[in-house]
Design a binder for this molecule. Structure first.
Ligand code: FES
Length: 230
């Protein structure tokens, strides 16, 4: 017997063995279909009910029926035009927050877990949060700028940095190397706060100085001469 014949024989044997079980399997399936249909109906019921109530002239969910007596667009007119319930604004705000939380990644660094700031607040906002600590007590062990390097390598980004000057200097270098914009919020000590004492001066990349209190505190990172910052 050739290999082909052996294979055919084996296949034929399997079919012959499986055939007697086929009718029993089909007979067992009906209740699965029934459960599936009940689950689909259960899942769709709230959506159908909401759509029905939206077109129902009876302004109440408790008295609305699945099949409304008459169809109206009055509910939509009211919800889109009532200044006491500015639904379009609410919807836009919701979409804005959802979009921001979807595109924003917060990179947070500290020496140890106990020094991390605002972690619950960032988590409550729903933004993507990545953490680095020097001692590895939370998140990745290492510097937060290492996380930034990985983010920039993954794709285009706009960097907003605040914190210690060496960290922001490194963030500016990484952003410049990746040709991505970077804004840095400086935290120089300020004596007067309105441009008189010159105690908050920082060197500009093109020469001269800027005052953090008057011209900042947020600067385009490539507009500063970082080597001259304290
Ligand atoms: S704090 Fe005095 S000039 Fe900025």
């Amino acid at each position: 017997m050739t290999t082909f014949e052996q294979t055919e024989t084996l296949a034929g044997t399997r079919v012959a063995e499986a055939a007697p079980h086929e009718p029993r399997r089909r007979g067992d399936l009906w209740w699965r279909y029934l459960v599936s249909l009940l689950a689909i109906a259960f899942a769709l019921f709230p959506a159908v009910y909401v759509v029905s109530a939206a077109f129902n002239p009876v302004p109440s969910l408790s008295t609305a029926s699945i099949v409304p007596e008459g169809i109206t667009l009055e509910n939509f007119r009211k919800i889109l035009s009532d200044p006491r319930e500015p639904y379009p604004n609410w919807y836009l705000n919701t979409m804005l927050i959802a979009t921001v939380t979807a595109v924003v990644t917060v990179l947070l660094g500290a020496r140890s877990a106990g020094e991390l700031m605002a972690v619950p607040a960032f988590r409550a906002l729903g933004v993507s949060l990545r953490i680095a600590t020097d001692d590895g007590s939370e998140g990745q062990r290492g510097l937060v700028t290492e996380l930034l390097g990985a983010e920039l390598a993954a794709g285009p980004a706009r960097v907003y940095a605040c914190g210690p000057t060496p960290m922001m200097r490194r963030a500016a270098e990484l952003a410049a190397a990746a040709a991505q914009p970077c804004l840095a919020s400086l935290e120089n000590r300020m004596a007067c706060g309105f441009g008189v004492c010159l105690g908050c001066a920082v060197p500009r990349a093109g020469g001269g100085y800027a005052l953090v209190c008057r011209d900042g505190p947020v600067f385009a990172a490539d507009g500063l001469r970082w080597e001259g910052l304290p």
